[in-house]
Design a protein around this ligand. Sequence first.
Ligand code: NAD
Length: 276
Amino acid sequence: MINSKHENQNPVQTGFQSANYPGISGKTVVITGSANGIGLAMANSFARQGARLLLVDINDKGLAEAKQELEKTHEGIDVEIRSASVIDDAAIESVFAYCEERFGSVDILLNNAGISINKPSLELTPDEWRHGINVNLNSVFVCAQAAALRMVKQGSGVIINTSSMYGIVAAPHRTAYCAAKAGIVALTKSLAVEWGSYGIRMNAIGPGYTRTPLVDELGKTGRLDLEKLSNRTPLGRLGEPQEMAELALFLASDSAAFVTGHILVADGGWTANGYM
Ligand SMILES: NC(=O)c1ccc[n+]([C@@H]2O[C@H](COP(=O)([O-])OP(=O)(O)OC[C@H]3O[C@@H](n4cnc5c(N)ncnc54)[C@H](O)[C@@H]3O)[C@@H](O)[C@H]2O)c1
């Protein structure tokens, strides 16, 4: 029978399988916001390919646990952790200086740290607006520039920024978030154009709602209606963190050697859907 409400009652299940990218092995990867969620999934995906990792986050306990988990799961992995906020310019500079000193290069940067800001815009204070733009957009430039200064010397490098489907379409109560994520789209294209001649590729991923522990928790406490979000999604479910990590892996790999300035959206069809 046709589902007249256009709600997806047969969610397309993830037959997800990670691909192999041998060229990633031995590469140095800096991942911001990697103590949890999508960033941690990225760490696992790149570790599986034999990359050397430098994880950056403000959550010290989460970082230590992530390192422990990665070392347990991926035998012989080389992983370092650094406690730093992406909005602290000096701390970020020292992260990249450390990376260069410890690993000898900065090959790949995954600019992933971000916060959600969910508040009616008539109540959003100027400081809250500035903080949202600072964490979600300004930091992306600062980290990208610190990495690129090393990549220019190397003659190569890849930077992947985590935008969002909310950098493409909007939602209420998320002005600073949407503006920052749309800013990442323009920044990604602009720097890809400017830095291409140095051998640096820059792309962005645009996740839709993704089933991180935080999103699951918001669902359990009723602050996000996960069923409603799934029904709004043509594929009938939320994304999985490892599906977002896989996009970054592809974009970082030689398979994407001619891809730069691209925004790779994975949202189960959300942004294509103009119906509800
Ligand atoms: N989960 C989703 O549904 C979704 C959808 C679209 C885009 N995104 C984006 O994906 C990225 C990761 O999100 P997530 O869902 O995994 O979130 P998460 O909260 O699970 O993880 C974000 C990580 O960033 C860290 N972080 C926050 N502020 C920081 C700072 N100032 N400096 C360094 N680290 C900081 C947090 O400690 C945390 O470990 C974010 O940029 C987010 O906007 C997430």
